[in-house]
Design a protein around this ligand. Structure first.
Ligand SMILES: C[S@@+](CC[C@H](N)C(=O)[O-])C[C@H]1O[C@@H](n2cnc3c(N)ncnc32)[C@H](O)[C@@H]1O
Length: 207
């Protein structure tokens, strides 16, 4: 499974760099990838319970914004443990699948997260396996904007499945005035949920 992830990443990287400048082309490319089932394996991947368990350490019964949510099928959200879930993805197809899950207390939007303005403030903003589909400048821009969308107890949770690549993001994250308050190192093995970074606006972080 990890080989598949790596392969999809390597094959897709040059193409993504070319098309991401155009939101329309980017959306079309992601739709095609979902139609071809290239990301179907994600739906069974990792431990989808980890994000909610982590979020509950700082915000029980949270209001969650999931940017680049994909189908969100791999995210375990048990009814009653969250207040609201809002999933956003550039792929219409992925959002159709997400909607078909018929989750309680959930809403969705088809949008480009580089420019999307969500309707609320959130206790947790998730960026799961999406940050490296943005350029470094775009990722930095987004990370600087997200604190303004958090509640007072809110934090940002970045999940990076490809653990080898996760370290390179720490510098980007710190450069955006965010403290990495938690880094849950990955467990040994190929099919784990990857690395998690909990990010807190620097002014809010504890000692
Ligand atoms: C590898 S998938 C991860 C999906 C999901 N977060 C997960 O972990 O299972 C990356 C997702 O990011 C979405 N995406 C990529 N660039 C985006 C953008 N600029 N705006 C919104 N979504 C984007 C893709 O459509 C895709 O669903």
């Amino acid at each position: 499974m990890s080989k598949l992830r790596t392969m999809a990443g390597r094959v897709g990287a040059p193409v993504r760099a070319l098309v991401r400048r155009s939101p329309r082309l980017n959306a079309a490319l992601w739709d095609v990838q979902y139609a071809l089932g290239l990301w179907g394996y994600l739906d069974e991947t990792g431990d989808g319970g980890v994000p909610l368990s982590l979020i509950e350490t700082w915000a029980p019964h949270p209001r969650i914004l999931d940017l680049g949510c994909g189908t969100s099928a791999n995210l375990a959200l048990s009814r009653g443990r969250y207040r609201h879930y809002h999933g956003v993805d550039i792929s219409r197809r992925a959002i159709e699948t997400a909607r078909s899950l018929d989750r309680a207390d959930a809403s969705y939007a088809v949008a480009d997260i580089r420019t999307y303005v969500p309707p609320d403030r959130y206790d947790a903003i998730l960026l799961r396996e999406v940050i490296y589909y943005l350029s470094v400048a775009e990722a930095a821009d987004l990370l600087r904007r997200l604190p303004g969308l958090l509640t007072t107890r809110g934090r940002i949770l970045v999940q990076i499945y490809d653990v080898q690549r996760s370290r390179e993001f720490v510098a980007v994250i710190r450069g955006c005035g965010l403290d990495v308050t938690t880094w849950q190192p990955p467990e040994a093995g190929e099919a784990g949920p990857g690395a998690f970074f909990v990010l807190t606006p620097a002014a809010v972080a504890g000692p």
